[in-house]
Design a protein around this ligand. Structure first.
Ligand code: THU
Length: 138
């Protein structure tokens, strides 16, 4: 078998963190736990989980929790976002999260599942033809 590259090792470490934080998800209604890890360009790490609510529509997804934590700590330059759930295929972020990601540019996104599958994509690939701040300048 081929040796893992440094990049793959780093991704696997982040996936492990996401898997651990996923246990903190507050998902009593869906029982669908999601974990996220966001790494900033200057190397800071922010975690997130989904936080549900009896008023279902107020649920906050794991990805947005991680992004909002980072932004509220003064960080806006993101390198990589990892998201994990117990899905057959690597978990697909919802449309709202894709839009929130796109607000902060085009960074790497790792979609993973708890079985060990993962794919690397980007915000641009997840939300082509997205609406963003440049559209407000006209
Ligand atoms: N959820 C996330 O946290 N991230 C995703 O990428 C998909 C969906 C949450 C929202 C809700 O708490 C549960 O998963 C079921 O939709």
């Amino acid at each position: 078998m081929m040796e893992k590259t440094d990049k793959e090792r780093k991704i696997n470490e982040l996936i492990e963190i996401a898997k651990e934080v996923r246990e903190q998800a507050y998902a009593p209604y869906s029982n669908f736990k999601v974990g996220a890890v966001l790494v900033t360009k200057n190397g800071k790490v922010f975690t997130g989980v989904n936080v549900e609510n009896a008023s279902y529509g107020l649920t906050n997804c794991a990805e947005r929790t991680a992004i909002f934590k980072a932004v509220s700590e003064g960080e806006r330059d993101f390198d990589t976002l990892v998201v994990i759930a117990n899905t057959d295929k690597p978990v697909a972020p919802c449309g709202a999260c894709r839009q929130v990601m796109a607000e902060f540019g085009n960074f790497k996104v790792i979609l993973a599942n708890t079985k060990g599958d993962w794919i690397e994509t980007t915000v641009q690939e997840l939300l082509p033809y997205g609406f963003d701040k440049s559209d407000l300048e006209k």
